[in-house]
Design a protein around this ligand. Sequence first.
Ligand code: PEP
Length: 252
Amino acid sequence: MRKNIVAGNWKMNNSLDQTKALIEDLTTELKEVQLANTRVIIAPSFVNLQQAIQNTENNVIEVVAQNMHYAKSGAYTGEVSAEMLTSIGVKTVILGHSERRAYFNETDESLTEKVNTAIANNFDVIFCFGEQLKDRESENHFNIVEVQLKNVLFELPADAFKNIILAYEPVWAIGTGKTASADQAQEMHLFIRNTLSKKYDAKLAESVSILYGGSVKPNNAEEIFSKPDVDGGLIGGASLKAKDFSAIVKAI
Ligand code: PEP
């Protein structure tokens, strides 16, 4: 059975002290929550990863990275490798977030290298993709999503998909307060599953968790998560408040 996953992408937020405080509050909020078959994930900034790992040692929260370089090591100033992340106990990485594509020129080519490196180093990958507003308005959104998947993931062997988590994030819904409706999310998630099924097979397609991301909040999470092909969410803004994030976790 595929996993439910609620992942908080903290982006470039929270000092060391704020990281400790938010984890403490989250731990309190989630203490009594039954989380069968559910992963709860947070992605603090690189500098706070090690502290976050220490502070989550005795609870259900997993700490993951927001990005990673594809090279093993070398002259890549400011970058972080798979080996470095592994050495501090990080086993999962978010790749392809729309902000990284937009502001840091990540392309399908560089993301293919990153995903391949992550898989070769036994990471789980939360792979983000999704159409822009113009694509949806021109009704090209299914095509765009299919091309993003094909370009980056479809050379992977079937076996690699046990380490792939998909995060469909329509760019027009990220940080804008505009959410795709639950029906729009379900329609795209079903399309993604069918696309996986055609390329690989139905069993693989059924096994992959597909998260929705884009202005998920406590007041809309339950409806979005109730859809059969939505297996959880990637949460930005609302993951920075313990009460909001834990309410979203409880909605899964
Ligand atoms: C995100 O950054 O992945 C995201 C979904 O952000 P928000 O929830 O703030 O829209």
